[in-house]
Design a protein around this ligand. Structure first.
Ligand code: NAP
Length: 286
């Protein structure tokens, strides 16, 4: 099977690429800049941009599968809908789309609402599809390495209700399984971790892994947004601020049935946060 991975140079897509290679697929990665893309041996970089019509006319003509991931951006819907339009009537037989956990619970959030519409387009496309709905990624915490190590603070304002955070390696495996095994067309899977994490419990897990006290930065979103605006564009800080308000109010918690279903799909329980934090702590120490 030949699969084109969009977002294949990023956090999730790079794990999808590895998992597809491990299952014997031929892999192509769409990237805006092949010179910068660091891809595993045997993977072909395909230069292109999902907002560029000649790209869309060209890249779906000779692949069997597409992993569709759209970065959080003001043009997220446009990129996805153009791609789905281009895939219809092409060679593509299976589309695996990366959405977000409980996307219908907060459709006012720009990067959730975009995915509500995109999921509808995926389902109506006539192409066999699998939708993956991941929770907050463990790997987001790599952004906080310096704050953890220098200030002893865990700053992601996850709140006190709890989210079922997930390791992106499980997302990569699930995507590769959906492409390479039968029975996953028409399915939607929640990509979630085995535990429900709050801000405080995540700080405690980092204390354990790093062997030093780590305090939770707290739920103050005005303060978080001011800090975020030093690093993120205002539209993104605004979107994420409202996402964290939603997490603080409602959480993003998986049911035991969803965890059991994912365990069956992967053939093992989803990875646990403590193991991820311990791996990071060892790598950062080295
Ligand atoms: N972070 C979380 O906790 C979380 C949780 C659930 C869902 N999600 C969803 O996950 C997605 C982000 O995944 P990620 O963190 O893996 O992304 P990422 O690391 O930020 O990577 C973005 C990827 O998108 C590609 N890209 C960006 N604009 C493009 C364009 N116009 N045309 C073609 N390719 C383009 C980039 O490729 P090049 O730069 O090589 O061109 C890159 O590979 C978002 O949809 C987000 O809502 C995130």
């Amino acid at each position: 099977m030949r699969v084109l991975v969009t977002g294949g140079t990023g956090t999730v897509g790079s794990e999808v690429v590895k998992a597809l290679l491990a299952r014997g697929a031929e892999v192509r990665v769409l990237t805006r800049d092949p010179a910068k893309a660091r891809l595993p041996e045997g993977v072909t970089a395909v230069e292109g941009n999902l907002l560029d019509i000649p790209t869309l006319r060209r890249v779906f003509t000779d692949v069997d599968g597409v992993f569709l991931l759209n970065a959080v951006s003001p043009t997220e819907s446009q990129e996805a809908l153009l791609a789905i339009s281009a895939m219809r009537g092409s060679a593509v037989r299976h589309l695996v789309y990366l959405s977000v956990h409980q996307v219908d619970g907060a459709p006012w959030l720009p990067h959730f609402g975009a995915k509500v519409g995109i999921e509808a387009a995926v389902k109506a496309s006539g192409i066999a599809y699998t939708i993956l709905r991941p929770d907050n990624f463990f790997q987001n915490d790599v952004w906080y390495k310096d704050v953890l190590l220098q200030y002893g603070i865990y700053p992601q304002p996850l709140g006190d209700v709890g989210t079922s955070r997930v390791d992106v390696r499980d997302i990569g495996e699930a995507a590769a399984i959906a492409f390479t095994q039968s029975g996953h067309a028409g399915q939607t899977y929640d990509l979630v971790g085995p535990e429900v994490a709050t801000g405080a419990s995540t700080a405690a897990a980092w204390s354990e892994a790093l062997g030093r006290p780590i305090a939770y930065g707290g739920n103050d979103l005005d303060q978080w947004e001011q800090q975020a605006l030093t690093m993120l564009p205002d539209w993104m800080a605004f979107d994420f601020r409202h996402m964290y308000a939603h997490f603080q109010e409602k959480g993003l918690r998986a049911s035991p049935d969803a965890v059991a279903r994912l365990t069956t799909l992967l053939g093992h329980p989803p990875r646990a946060f403590g193991a991820f934090a311990a791996e990071c702590a060892a790598a950062w120490k080295a």
